[in-house]
Design a protein around this ligand. Structure first.
Ligand SMILES: *Cc1c(COP(=O)(O)O)cnc(C)c1O
Length: 361
């Protein structure tokens, strides 16, 4: 008999449910469940990845200066205050590990991204869920929930799975009123989809308590490679760099991400395609009685009459080879989150939901 036990909090973590990729008995599924770029990454990123195959015996760059410089140049940021992670998930984990522990509180919103809670519990901290206002981040509710134990406040802007966003003035007001020991983390996983939005970078430059996370998994189409990054005040980045593994990203991932970042034409093309088909899909759904909030991201949160209708629709879509995301785990049992696919996928998914609504199931 041993007395081996996990650290407190670990066994409270529910296993992360990733978007389904397969349907029993169906060969060509159309995957609209994980907010991936239907157009794939920039061809230049793929070339860079293939070139990296010639040096697989070498350890990757530890200072990651190539990628950090590219991000700094393209987005006009201070490369010294950028930190790269194996997905922005790893940056979120670093933040929790470095700044929150037993007895500390980590705030996330009602329909917020699952990794905030998971990373907080991993660090032994206490996740605190704050209500939203009709699927929109509620700054007043967050401020009411703050205590002397609050160490981190996570907000995705735009948010996943709601697709909604709050404005700069609201973010400013939140950053201003946080208790002095708390960091506001702006998760900008979908920032690239919002034309002209800096993800909160300017706010990071102006303040000591705001940190931004970004990813190459969504608009840049490199989810498989696991590349994310953070941008923050020098003092915070200095802390995080101490717990970052020296070789946390492979060179092939670093090289591909660098090429993707520098391919501005491709980035713009993907943003425009997403915008065009997102509007088309949302309008089409609305016309058949499936409303959604105006989405700023690369997915639509389609709302159904009730949980049964949402589940039946999901089953029907699966029978048609279409995989979308159920979001009951995000306290949205009446909704399905549908990634904006390419033109053909958007036609297929709208057609299938039309058939479902017309009772042809
Ligand atoms: C997808 C996503 C991420 C992280 O993705 P990585 O692949 O780990 O970079 C972070 N936050 C939100 C809100 C997301 O939807």
């Amino acid at each position: 008999m041993t007395s081996i036990k996990a650290q407190p909090g670990i066994m409270d973590i529910e296993l992360y449910q990733s978007g389904a990729a397969h349907i029993e008995g169906v060969d060509n599924v159309i995957k609209l469940s994980s907010n991936e770029n239907p157009l794939g990454p920039s061809p230049k990123a793929v070339e860079a990845y293939q070139r990296a195959a010639n040096n697989l015996h070498r350890y990757p760059s530890s200072d990651q200066i190539g990628l950090r410089s590219a991000i700094g140049e393209v987005l006009s940021l201070d490369a010294d205050r950028i930190i790269c992670g194996a997905g922005s998930d790893e940056i979120i984990a670093f933040l929790c590990q470095a700044f929150a522990g037993p007895g500390d509180e980590v705030i996330h919103t009602e329909h917020g991204f699952a990794m905030y809670r998971i990373s907080a519990l991993s660090a032994g901290a206490t996740p605190v869920e704050v209500r939203e206002n009709e699927r929109v981040t509620n700054v007043d509710a967050i401020l009411e929930a703050c205590t002397s134990k609050t160490k981190l406040v996570f907000i995705a802007n735009p948010n996943n799975p709601t697709g909604t966003m709050i404005g700069e003035a609201e973010i400013d007001r939140l950053a201003d009123a946080l208790p002095p020991q708390a960091i506001l983390v702006l998760d900008g996983a979908y920032a690239e989809f919002v034309e002209g939005y800096d993800g909160g970078a300017a706010l990071v430059d102006q303040r000591e308590n705001v940190f931004m996370t970004r990813t190459f998994s969504k608009l840049y189409g490199l989810g498989s490679l696991r590349v994310g990054w953070g941008y923050g005040p020098a003092a915070l980045v200095n802390v995080l760099n101490r717990i970052r593994g020296p070789f946390n990203l492979s060179q092939s991932a670093l090289d591909a991400a660098e090429a993707a970042m520098r391919d501005l034409n491709y980035t713009n093309h993907c943003r425009h395609e997403n915008e065009k088909w997102r509007t088309w899909l949302a309008n089409g759904l609305s016309e058949i009685g499936v409303p959604s909030d105006v989405s700023q991201a690369n997915f639509i949160l389609a709302r159904f009459a009730n949980q049964t209708e949402a589940e039946n629709c999901d089953r029907y879509l699966q029978s048609q080879g279409l995989v979308v995301r159920r979001v009951a785990g995000y306290k949205l049992p009446n909704a399905l989150r549908i990634t904006v696919g390419d033109e053909s996928a958007c036609h297929l998914v709208l057609g299938a939901i039309q058939n479902f609504k017309a009772g042809k199931k």
